[in-house]
Design a protein around this ligand. Structure first.
Ligand code: PAF
Length: 281
């Protein structure tokens, strides 16, 4: 696997592959890779002759009091893992390479349907940052197919919406969340958890499963059900931001849908955890 840091080097490699008519899969990441990311590469390999991954900690998508400065940067280890997983090319640009004219006044992509929903409500501007950088990366790589983890389920919907609205000729694939043995969704941010918090963190997945089980048992009082599980998390010391049942596209109300998602965001100490699961009625 080759690692490149500039758009010019990236394009030179991609041009060679395109001349040979090779299909290109792309998985963007912020690095500090875990099994969830490597699953994206594995799935990418099934869909294209060439796999490109990017590692870029994108300042645009972090709020002023978020963890941009302390976000783990582990490029050498990430490159080893990507190479072992069968990635063909790693693009690891600097902030200056990505935003050569600075971030002030930068052309920005907004996906209004998600701006004040769930994550959008609690992380103002976050999805503008995600959509903008993913759009730039898509323009740089011009992949045939791009893969994203379902752990960031709303992010996946934002990207699907952007691709549809902007007519980008890219197939978007969501890949199931990888979990630890106790159910905790794998995330680069899990390493912020203190040992005692790590032991408790599995409750977040358990609360989602409790919602799913209650629905399967016939309950339809969605709001009360979510409130019960949010209270259970709060009692265990989580600061819950939302625990919500939605139609799986996050657009329609849950009450009208048979394919649902239950989604949660909660702080445990200083660590913000998110998770979601699908429920089919
Ligand atoms: O999911 C992530 O790691 C990031 O939000 C992404 C898609 C790489 C954009 O920076």
């Amino acid at each position: 696997m080759n690692t490149v840091h500039t758009v010019a080097e990236l394009r030179a490699t991609l041009a060679g592959w395109r001349r040979q008519g090779e299909r290109i899969a792309f998985t963007p990441t912020m690095g500090n890779l875990h099994q969830g990311h490597l699953r994206l590469v594995e799935q990418a390999r099934l869909r294209a002759a060439r796999v490109v991954a990017s590692v870029f900690v994108n300042p645009l998508q972090f709020g002023p009091n978020e963890d941009f400065d302390r976000y783990p940067r582990t490029l050498a280890a990430d490159a080893d893992k990507l190479a072992a997983a069968g990635c063909d090319l790693l693009f690891a640009p600097s902030v200056a390479e990505m935003y050569p004219q600075g971030r002030e006044g930068l052309t920005t992509i907004t996906v209004p349907r998600h701006a004040s929903l769930l994550e959008g409500a609690f992380r103002p501007g976050h999805f503008d940052g995600v959509a903008t950088v993913v759009n730039i990366l898509f323009n740089q790589v011009q992949p045939d197919v791009a893969l994203f983890g379902e752990k960031d389920y709303q992010q996946l919907q934002v990207i699907r919406q952007m691709v549809a609205d902007l007519h980008l000729p890219i197939e978007i694939v969501g890949v199931a969340t990888e979990r630890e043995a106790d159910g905790l969704a794998m995330s680069s941010r899990n390493q912020y958890l203190q040992p005692q918090e790590r032991a408790q963190a599995a409750l977040i997945h358990a609360s989602l499963q409790a919602v799913a089980e209650a629905l399967r048992a016939g309950r339809r009082d969605y709001e009360a059900l979510c409130a019960e599980q949010a209270a259970r998390l709060a009692q265990a010391g989580f600061r819950v931001q939302y625990l919500s049942l939605r139609a799986s596209d996050l657009g329609a109300p849950a009450s009208d849908a048979r394919q649902l998602r239950v989604l949660v965001a909660a702080y445990l100490g200083n660590t913000r955890l998110i998770d979601n699961i699908a429920i089919s009625l």
